[in-house]
Design a protein around this ligand. Structure first.
Ligand SMILES: NC(=O)c1ccc[n+]([C@@H]2O[C@H](COP(=O)([O-])OP(=O)(O)OC[C@H]3O[C@@H](n4cnc5c(N)ncnc54)[C@H](OP(=O)(O)O)[C@@H]3O)[C@@H](O)[C@H]2O)c1
Length: 191
């Protein structure tokens, strides 16, 4: 069985984005969770997918230009992720979206299709976000591991990761690591 592993960059008050609609405290959207060697597919929610596609398409097409959202030049780790994303199947959980620009993107219409994806042979699957998708898939018992990078700030307003979660769930702490800039990397087993 492939594992489904979520990775999110959050503030101390569990915001995944601020009031302006993005996490301005995140300086680069590289895959900083150590997942690249062990995954061969990505899963995303319908709200975040269009912006994700725009961001990585911009990097692929104009690697020397500042990126949307961060307004910065791509970091080497972002360039690495852009290359990985371009050759990796992406699945978007949506009942409404029907088309994507990327040929490697397809759609899943419900949680049973995600369970079926996990039963296929292959490496693990990276759950890229967004908040609602990540929280609801954890709630449904489909996520095996949650990897968080906690930034040292209280964001105040914005979108919280577990805003709609009602059920209690114990977590198993598997790793704690301090990252540069006061960030903390946490790995939790969710089963
Ligand atoms: N800080 C970070 O690391 C990070 C990472 C990724 C994203 N983000 C942020 O997250 C934001 C998007 O998060 P979001 O919570 O608004 O939306 P989302 O999780 O990207 O997408 C939610 C959508 O997924 C579809 N969906 C279908 N079945 C679902 C189910 N069982 N549970 C949940 N969703 C289901 C629905 O779309 P349909 O209506 O089409 O069915 C729903 O509206 C982005 O704007 C981005 O800023 C942050």
């Amino acid at each position: 069985m492939r594992r489904l592993i979520a990775g999110m960059k959050i503030s101390v008050d569990e915001k995944v984005e601020g009031v302006q609609g993005y996490a301005d405290w995140v300086e680069a959207w590289s895959e900083d969770y150590g997942l690249m060697p062990q995954v061969d597919a990505c899963l995303l929610g319908a709200v975040m997918y269009p912006g994700y596609e725009r961001y990585w398409t911009a990097l692929q097409n104009e690697p020397d230009e500042p990126l949307p959202i961060t307004g910065r030049l791509p970091t080497p780790a972002e360039v690495e992720w852009a290359r990985f994303a371009a050759r990796t199947p992406h699945y978007v959980l949506s009942s409404t979206l029907t088309s994507a620009l990327w040929p490697q993107t397809s759609f899943v219409r419900g949680l049973d299709e995600i369970a079926a994806l996990k039963r296929q042979s292959g490496k693990d699957i990276y759950l890229v976000g967004g908040a609602r998708t990540t929280a609801s898939l954890i709630d449904a018992g489909l996520v095996d591991e949650l990897r968080l990078i906690v930034y040292p700030l209280i964001a105040g307003g914005g979108k919280a990761l577990f805003a709609a979660t009602e059920h209690r769930r114990g977590l198993e702490l598997r790793k704690v690591q301090q990252f540069p800039g006061g960030r903390v990397f946490l790995i939790y087993g969710t089963a």
